[in-house]
Design a protein around this ligand. Structure first.
Ligand code: ZN
Length: 381
């Protein structure tokens, strides 16, 4: 196993609001000393309108805490398997260190690539059974009321950022987009509204049903890693909030690299980040976590190093990155929940957008999306 590359980020000292900038990510092989320079177009922040926070948020939050705690207790109370090597770079976990315990699970940090992962987890079969029962399904996917808002505020900005990255590279729109782990099909719907041929791969029957009912098309129920040849030649393959849920995220990126068009291809991976305000907040409130460091959903929380390493180890070269998050919302929700004070939400909630914007500009956001192109030799079997 080659040692994991060391990464250095070069970024402008100051950021102007609302404009993209250029960063240089440089990877160095610690064995040979060889370096590779990756210029990236970088966006910091995403407009956020969380001020639909209503007075009943507090009650809903309490119920969500109970649900997530129960779910984790169920998932982590059975037989568990210890992860013996880093799921990204392969470094032995004998050198990894425990960073945080949430409910019954421990997040460890890889000594080489700083990837964070749940060290003892259920077997793949137990996880598959758990997810197929729909236990891990996020209510935002099936809440009809939030549909328009979700399309406008979540899916459309993602599609536009992705299309911008592709257009800058290839001078045109993509011909075929595949969204892996498509949820309720929102992102696919937005791509289709823009006239792009787009399809979604999804395992959950409930999500397939939701998509058919609300958007009038079928997602494809398939295992992308096993059946990637069905999407051979796709020009964009996206993983929005997918890699962190699976025991083996590298197998998804490898399959995407194989399936991607050799003429014009972009992979998008959006994952939770460890180094952020949300992690700092949740490290204090470990008994009331419902998102981000939730081990029943997130088996992995990436460092920027581990995401970049995961991509280049699959011959995918980063060309664009986008930092955004819900860190400020996390802080306000946790404070309101801890002090049982809904007034805090109303009072502090007005500042959420501004706080988040500042955190995003400082790279302190709880999510990152990276677009990468396939530049390696043909690795199709
Ligand atoms: Zn690692």
């Amino acid at each position: 196993m080659n040692p994991s590359p060391k990464w250095v980020r070069s970024a402008p000292l100051s950021q102007t609001d609302g404009t993209d900038s250029e960063e240089i990510w440089t990877s160095t092989d610690p064995a040979s000393g060889d370096s590779c320079v990756h210029p990236l177009r970088v966006r910091l922040g995403k407009p956020l309108n969380v001020l639909e926070l209503k007075s009943d948020v507090l009650a809903q939050y309490g119920a969500a805490v109970e649900k997530h705690r129960r779910r984790c207790e169920e998932l982590f109370s059975g037989e568990l398997e210890r992860v013996i090597s880093c799921p990204i770079c392969g470094e032995s976990t004998e050198k990894s260190e425990r960073r945080l315990s949430v409910y019954r699970a421990d997040y460890h940090e890889c000594a080489a690539c700083r990837h964070h992962f749940v060290i003892r987890r259920p077997s793949r079969d137990a996880l598959d059974a758990f997810y197929s029962r729909g236990e891990a399904l996020s209510p935002v996917y099936v809440d009809d009321k939030s549909l328009t808002r979700r399309l406008d505020e979540v899916s459309r900005p993602k599609a536009e950022w992705m299309l911008d990255a592709f257009r800058r590279r290839h001078g045109r729109l993509p011909r075929r987009v595949v969204d892996v782990g498509a949820g309720g099909g929102h992102f696919v719907q937005v791509c289709r509204e823009k006239g792009i041929e787009a399809e979604g791969v999804e395992l959950s029957g409930r999500n397939l049903e939701f998509c058919r009912d609300r958007f009038g098309f079928d997602l494809i129920q398939a295992d992308f890693v096993k059946e990637w040849t069905r999407w051979a030649g796709a020009e964009i393959i996206t993983f929005w909030g997918v890699l962190e849920h699976t025991p083996d995220p590298m197998s998804f990126l490898a399959a995407a690299g194989r399936a991607l068009s050799r003429d014009a291809g972009v992979v998008v991976a959006a994952v939770p980040r460890w180094e952020c305000m949300g992690t700092a907040v949740q490290s204090i409130f470990t008994d009331s976590i419902v998102r981000h460091l939730d081990p029943s959903g997130h088996l992995h929380v990436f460092s920027d190093d581990s995401l970049a390493t995961a991509l280049v180890m699959n011959r995918l070269t980063p060309i664009a990155a986008w930092y955004y998050g819900m860190d400020a919302y996390e802080l306000v929700s946790q404070l309101a929940h801890r002090f049982r004070n809904g007034d805090a939400i109303q009072a502090l909630g007005r500042q959420i957008g501004e706080w988040q914007s500042r955190m995003d500009r400082a790279h302190f956001s709880d999510e990152i999306a990276v677009a990468a192109i396939f530049t390696g030799d043909d690795v199709r079997p």
